[in-house]
Design a binder for this molecule. Structure first.
Ligand code: UDP
Length: 403
């Protein structure tokens, strides 16, 4: 059962009092969020907290999922990859499958809400298949700094049908995109199983369940098995770190129902790390419970997020919230969270030497880890907690209905 009072202990009375008052001003209104998966990945993570808490505060926020067949998600994952800079074959068949699935969903759904928010490229073209009776907002969660041009031209037409676009980073603004935008940072929920404070015993119990010995320092990456998170690069970095500092690497990944590539990439990582998994130096964990993710982020001496592109990267804030410094890439939304040399280190995404060097620096310096850990937690408390995110959405809804 949600107890909003518990959040006071984390963010203070003022933020909660303001949120409760703000929620009251939305009585009688209805809002809608649409995405394509209920679990796995950052979008589902946020909606799973935000929707029930806002409902608890009396805001009629509904969440619908566009369910698709495997082929649809193969297409949308290729769009995800293409928009982040990968190659894509944008054939008529591909477009038909993308648009057809959206059209079919539209034909069985009616949106009588006051504001509709569509998350990410998968359900983006829905707007073309509805009789638009209210403001529509598109929420971008991926990194579009270097999109494939053909694909960008194709999706741009749909984005411009919206009344507003929510982005996490000014770097996602485009000269050729004519649309109002607003910056809203993603956020984590400090009270979920994923993020609540765990005692030492619970952490040890969770590590025990997955046979992770605590005899050596632990470094970890927690991410879907996705090329953009560079899991194979993490193995390369670990080999370099091991030359100087004894430690273990835990890679923990989940499979999202709208990401059909996870299994294949996991197999590649498994093959690449075989000697290391056999020696127990690397431990791979898939589809672990939230509390395990929490325990791993808490027990790690260093968390790595070796993304090549990253819309925001909730895993970074999650680790910082547990007081763990993060060695990560200077891409997408990550520099909003990690300030180089303050609460972690930023590296060029493919500079494995820099990654290894920074990790070794942290492994060898407990004081530095603690100092950075404290700063990281405060940075997340001030900027990236769900109470602020909900407040931002309520402001956006107010603005949209007044237009
Ligand atoms: N996650 C998880 N289990 C895993 C790997 C990831 O629960 O094994 C969660 C992670 O804790 C985070 C989300 O999935 O909440 C990933 O969000 P992020 O924004 O970092 O990346 P995305 O997957 O959305 O690209």
């Amino acid at each position: 059962m949600i107890d909003i009072e518990q959040y006071r202990k984390v963010v203070g009375d003022k933020q909660i009092d303001d949120l409760i008052e703000k929620a009251k001003t939305h009585a009688g209104k209805k809002y809608l969020m649409v995405n394509t998966t209920a679990d796995g990945g950052g979008v589902a993570e946020m909606l799973n907290s935000m929707v029930p808490i806002l409902n608890h505060l009396g805001v009629a926020l509904e969440w619908k999922i566009l369910h698709g067949f495997h082929e649809f998600f193969e297409v949308t994952k290729s769009f995800h990859n293409g928009l982040q800079g990968g190659d894509i074959s944008l054939t008529k068949e591909v477009k038909d499958l993308y648009l057809g699935t959206n059209e079919e969903f539209a034909s069985y759904n009616e949106f009588d809400h006051d504001v509709v928010v569509i998350h990410d490229p998968q359900p983006l073209p829905l707007i073309a298949f509805f009789e638009k009776k209210q403001p529509w907002v598109w929420r971008l969660h991926i990194d579009i700094t270097h999109p494939n041009e053909d694909l960008w031209d194709f999706v741009k037409g749909y984005i411009q049908m919206y009344d507003k676009m929510i982005i996490s980073n000014t770097a996602y603004r485009k000269d050729d995109l004519v649309i109002d935008d607003v910056i809203i940072f993603p956020a984590i929920d400090p009270l979920t199983e994923k993020n609540k404070e765990l005692g030492k015993e619970k952490i040890e119990e969770e590590m025990g369940k997955h046979n992770i010995p605590l005899d050596k320092p632990i470094i970890s990456q927690i991410s879907r098995f996705d090329i953009w998170k560079d899991p194979e690069g993490v193995i390369d970095v670990f080999r370099k770190v091991k030359e100087t500092a004894d430690c273990r690497l835990v890679m923990c990944g989940s499979m999202a129902s709208d990401d059909p590539e996870g299994g294949e990439i996991f197999k590649r990582v498994e093959a690449k790390a075989r000697d290391l998994t056999e020696s127990g130096d690397v431990i791979l964990v898939i589809n672990a419970e939230e509390v395990f993710v929490n325990a791993l982020q808490s027990v790690s001496d260093v968390v790595i997020q070796k993304s090549i592109r990253e819309g925001f990267g909730l895993t970074v804030s999650e680790a910082l919230w547990k007081g763990t410094p993060v060695v990560t890439s200077k891409v997408g939304g990550i520099p909003l969270q990690v300030k180089d040399g303050e609460n972690g280190f930023l590296c060029e995404p493919t500079d494995n030497d820099a990654y290894a060097e920074r990790i070794i620096t942290l492994l060898n310096d407990q004081d530095l880890r603690e100092r950075m850990g404290k700063k990281g937690k405060e940075h997340v408390r001030e900027n990236f907690l769900i109470t602020r995110l909900m407040s931002d959405y309520l402001d956006l809804f107010s603005e949209m209905i007044q237009k």
